[in-house]
Each structure stands twice: as C-alpha cells, then as structure tokens.
Design a protein around this ligand. Sequence first.
Ligand code: HEC
Length: 134
Amino acid sequence: MRKTITTLTLAALTMIQPAFAQDVRAGEETYERYCAACHGPGGTGHGPMRAVLTLHPTDLTALRLNTGGYFPLERVIRRIDGRDPLVAHGSPMPIYGGFFEGRGVAIKTETGEIMLTSQPVIDLVAYLQSLQQP
Ligand code: HEC
C-alpha cells in the first residue's frame, strides 16, 4: 500500500514541470490573440473594444506600479485562468476555459507559494511582466 502511494506521488511530481522556461514571445502572441482587443496593443488598456465596455480594461502596464513595487502574480494568474470568482460574477473579461486550464506547470508567487497553472498562462505572465512601467 505504502509503495503504491509513493509511486503515485513520484509520478505526480514528475508530471509537474518547474517553471524555468517562460517564453515571452509565446506570451506576446497569446496576448495579441486573446487580450489586445480590450487591453490594447502594449497593454495600456486602450484596445478597440474599450469604447463599448462600461467597465474599462485595466492598464496592464501599471500592475506593479499599483501595488507599490511587486508584480501581483497570483491575482493575475487567477484572473486569466478563471479561478478568480470575479471573472464569473460580473467582470466583462471572458472566461477562456480550455486553453488556460492546465495545471501542469508550477510557478512561485510573490509570497513564495507554489501555484499550479498552465504553460500558456506562465508565458503570458512573463510577457505582462515585461510590460511593467518602472
Ligand atoms: C472583453 C474584454 C477583455 C478581454 C478580451 C480581456 N480583458 Fe482583462 N479586463 C477587462 C476589463 C474590463 C477589466 C477591468 C474590470 C475587471 O477587473 O473585471 C479587466 C481586468 C483584467 C485584469 C485585472 C487587473 C487587476 O488589477 O487585477 C487582468 C490581470 C487582466 N484583465 C488580464 C487580461 C488578460 C491577460 C487577457 C487575455 C488573456 C484579458 N485580460 C482579456 C476586459 C478584458
């Protein structure tokens, strides 16, 4: 019995890839495809959809500035992968489901906790981090 559990644990651990490889270029492509219509090219919140939205898209280049110096990784990941309940309750932001749903990649959040998410999400986050104003 114990052996089975150990084997299963090992199998589960090896399925989780550490998030060393965040591909900013892939993240940019995902951003342009799924986010730019609202958040605008470059993330400042001025996409073509802005005009028809009563709640204006957030300026994603100011995420770090607005927290006073750290990138709110956990909050951003939850928004994108739909875990944030706000997404289901009144945010104009679409729920993407499938594409961002995987939990095969681990990333360390700003509090040092490990969060499981998907490769497209961590690539996207790497791109968003690259957009942050100083
Ligand atoms: C249909 C328009 C629309 C699309 C598409 C969209 N967003 Fe948003 N987003 C919004 C609006 C409007 C807000 C502000 C209201 C809110 O927070 O719900 C927002 C808020 C956010 C926030 C919250 C910022 C904060 O300070 O917590 C993040 C992060 C975000 N969007 C990232 C993204 C990413 C990444 C994508 C692409 C995967 C995306 N959005 C696609 C409209 C959109």
